[in-house]
Design a protein around this ligand. Structure first.
Ligand code: PEP
Ligand code: CO
Length: 478
């Protein structure tokens, strides 16, 4: 294990001397100071042991021996801190990981975009409606969405509410997992109540049956239940955006060197705040957690190399993840020179694809949406680019919901523009719904299979091979 302390010129608050993008301006600094003081006192949400375990698992994913599945809401809301909604998120992630593990034979690292994903970067500081200008809504950690002066004023008390909601969410997740919710002997616990298109449902059912048979076979041979199958690890992640909040949760722990962000296992730097001399990079370079950076255009190879040097100068296995989000139109042009530049530096990062954020569009009726086939296309292209460079796709990052929402278009369910009005709930970006997520996992599993003949099977069908109502003609075992 590496015992690097932290860079000599770094402190949990050294970011405050750097330009910090996307930070709210609080009208009452004394109230803010009091809240921050209060936030420093309660116990942390996660432990350094869990963080170190995640880091060593990520190091294996970088070499293709594990696979990172990261997903959840674009923006969690306090109102959604409810048992059914949280359980549905766990269920879909468990179902997706069952498919991925079964089909690829690679253990999956499950990381939720949850228990703290409450702050959002925005494209403008203010919003004007009918001559009234107010601060933008920056997520439940900062202010409230209603277009009203009192609701939009950044309120430091929300930092405490966010910390508490994160704790409640995590407490429930831990209780479910410890209570056997994720037990592989009982995947029926994860079944969601929504109907699923027949090919998706059938493909999933076959995998559950195969896993159950394998478990029962091994347990028959060994005359004993396999206790390791009764629980799985779940890790949390969120964008490390609100730096005063992150700093307040940055702690030292007995018998370990360095500082840990104990508000989450796996913080990431957003695409809008990845400036090399900016405050977010400064904060993240000194913490011991594994960290991720979202990367999208414009980004030059030299800039990326400098960013990786800053965040991972010692090239620690599992330390740095790059989450690519270029969009299906740009990825084949933008990604190969970046991959090449890092390979020349022998910088072994995890390459993870977020096929959501580069493929957002607005419909004529004003809905922000994403198309299933564009998402899948970017995944395929990214897999192919990495494969040609001799690298594994180490993971994926999705915005998804365990609910039957109608936010993204397409998939086997054939969700159309007219359907978007039915149940569009996301306050920010559109998410794959339960069924689209499961279908995406089935496609992804095919892309990741070791046999190239089955992996690159979609080329030459439609642009994506995602045929409505099917999982593609060359998808075996469905
Ligand atoms: C997000 O993940 O919700 C987000 C804002 O992404 P990005 O930083 O990649 O734009
Ligand atoms: Co988003």
């Amino acid at each position: 294990m590496n015992h690097r302390v932290h860079p000599p010129d770094w402190r949990p608050d050294s970011w405050q001397a750097k330009p910090a993008a996307q930070q709210p301006v609080y009208p009452e600094p004394t109230a803010l100071a009091r809240v921050l003081q209060e936030l420093r006192r309660p116990p942390p949400l996660v432990s350094s042991y869990e963080i170190e375990s995640l880091r060593s698992q990520l190091a294996e994913a970088a070499c293709g021996r594990r696979f990172l599945l990261q997903g959840g809401d674009c923006s969690e809301t306090f109102a959604d801190c409810q048992s059914a909604i949280i359980a549905a998120k766990l269920k879909i992630l468990l179902q997706m990981s069952l498919v991925l593990t079964h089909d690829t034979r690679r253990p999956v690292i499950r990381v939720g975009r949850f228990a703290g994903q409450y702050a959002k970067p925005r494209s403008a500081e203010h919003e004007t409606r009918d001559g009234l200008t107010l601060p933008v809504y920056r997520g439940d950690l900062v202010n409230r969405p209603d277009f009203d002066p009192a609701q939009r004023r950044p309120d430091p008390e929300l930092l405490l509410r966010g910390y508490e909601r994160a704790a409640l969410t995590l407490n429930f997740i831990r209780a479910l997992i410890d209570g056997g919710f994720a037990d592989l002997h009982h995947p029926e616990n994860w079944t969601l109540s929504f109907a699923c298109a027949q090919p998706v449902a059938e493909a999933y059912r076959q995998r559950v049956a195969a896993v159950q048979e394998a478990v029962s076979f091994v347990e028959t041979l060994t005359h004993a239940p396999i206790p390791q199958l009764q629980r799985v690890d779940f890790f949390t992640s969120h964008e490390a955006l609100h730096l005063l909040y992150e700093e307040a949760l940055t702690r030292q722990v007995p018998r370990r060197t360095g500082w840990y962000n104990l508000g989450t296992h796996f913080p990431w730097i957003g695409n809008r705040t990845r400036q090399i001399d900016g405050a977010h990079v400064e904060y993240c370079r000194g913490i011991r957690n594994p960290i991720a950076v979202k990367i999208g255009p414009p980004l030059s190879p030299a800039e990326l190399v400098a960013l990786c040097e800053r965040l991972d100068p010692e090239r620690e296995p599992g330390r740095l993840t790059l989450i690519t989000r270029f969009g299906a139109d740009a990825v084949t042009r933008e990604l190969p020179p970046l991959v090449d530049a890092l390979q020349r530096q022998e910088h072994r990062v995890l390459w993870v694809c977020d096929p959501m954020h580069g493929n957002t569009e607005t419909t004529p009726s004003g809905f922000k949406t994403r198309r299933f086939e564009r998402i899948l296309l970017e995944l395929e292209q990214t897999c192919q680019i990495l494969h040609e460079a001799g690298l594994p796709l180490a993971g994926v990052h999705f915005e998804l919901s365990g609910e039957d929402v109608t936010e993204c278009l397409g998939g086997a369910c054939g969700l159309s523009e007219a359907d978007l009005t039915r149940d569009y709930r996301s306050p920010v970006d559109p998410r794959l719904n339960y069924e689209q997520s499961l279908e995406m996992a089935l496609h992804l599993a095919r892309l990741l299979r070791p046999n190239p003949a089955t992996r690159v099977s979609l080329a030459g069908t439609s642009p994506t091979g995602a045929q409505p109502g099917s999982l593609g003609p060359q998808t075996p075992n469905l």
